[in-house]
Design a protein around this ligand. Structure first.
Ligand SMILES: Cc1cc2nc3c(=O)[nH]c(=O)nc-3n(C[C@H](O)[C@H](O)[C@H](O)COP(=O)(O)O)c2cc1C
Length: 185
């Protein structure tokens, strides 16, 4: 636990096959660092020991209606540690890209999946963000798939990330933690 004199140590871990969620994670990290936190932004596969973090942010793209398997495995294998610190989880997806009620329902399902990964008593915040549909990214089969996804979902290619919403969530999560710490002192 950080003290008045030491900065809050935060891990932002992410899974991002095509890179846009990595940019969201970096942006969250920058915003938390501006608030005075000591932040490590790491790809999930590169995360080592978790014990020295005061809180953890974990984010991943959604693929085939699921968080990436490595993001799920990361939370499951660190369940005990993550149940003891404030955790903020996020996902990027296209379900939230066009503001449809169907998309919102899908995203609510994704959020439920994430909440189910940690015990109910944990201090967890979950949030979904619209991501990127860029059919020029990735190997050929992904580009073909993204064209199909665009046609089937009715989501036009584009960058749907709402940086103001992402910043507000990142800062809201940090204020909430500061408030909790004040109450615990
Ligand atoms: C193979 C594939 C499957 C996807 N499946 C879903 C999905 O089931 N639901 C959804 O809302 N978005 C889906 N997406 C969209 C991604 O979640 C979105 O493009 C995200 O921003 C990608 O993040 P990344 O650049 O970090 O990989 C899929 C994208 C790809 C490439």
């Amino acid at each position: 636990m950080s003290t008045f004199l030491s900065p809050d140590r935060v891990l932002v871990a992410y899974g991002s096959p095509l890179g846009s969620t990595a940019e969201v994670a970096a942006f969250i990290g920058e915003n938390l660092a501006e608030q005075g936190a000591a932040v490590d932004v790491l790809q999930i596969d590169h995360v080592g020991e978790l014990g020295h973090y005061d809180r953890v942010v974990v984010g991943s793209a959604i693929r085939y209606d699921r968080w990436l398997p490595q993001a799920t495995a990361f939370v499951e294998s660190n369940r005990d540690t993550l149940s003891r610190v404030p955790v903020a989880m996020f996902f990027t997806c296209l379900a939230l890209a066009n503001g449809s009620a169907k998309g919102e329902r899908k995203a609510a399902g994704y959020a439920d999946q994430l909440r189910g990964l940690l015990p109910e008593s944990s201090d967890v915040q979950v949030r979904g963000f619209a991501g990127v549909l860029d059919p020029s990214r990735g190997p050929l089969w992904i580009r073909v798939l993204l064209h199909m996804l665009s046609r089937v979902s009715g989501v036009a290619p584009g960058d749907y990330r709402d940086w103001d919403a992402i910043r507000a969530w990142a800062l809201g999560a940090s204020r909430r933690v500061a408030h909790t710490e004040q109450r615990l002192q």
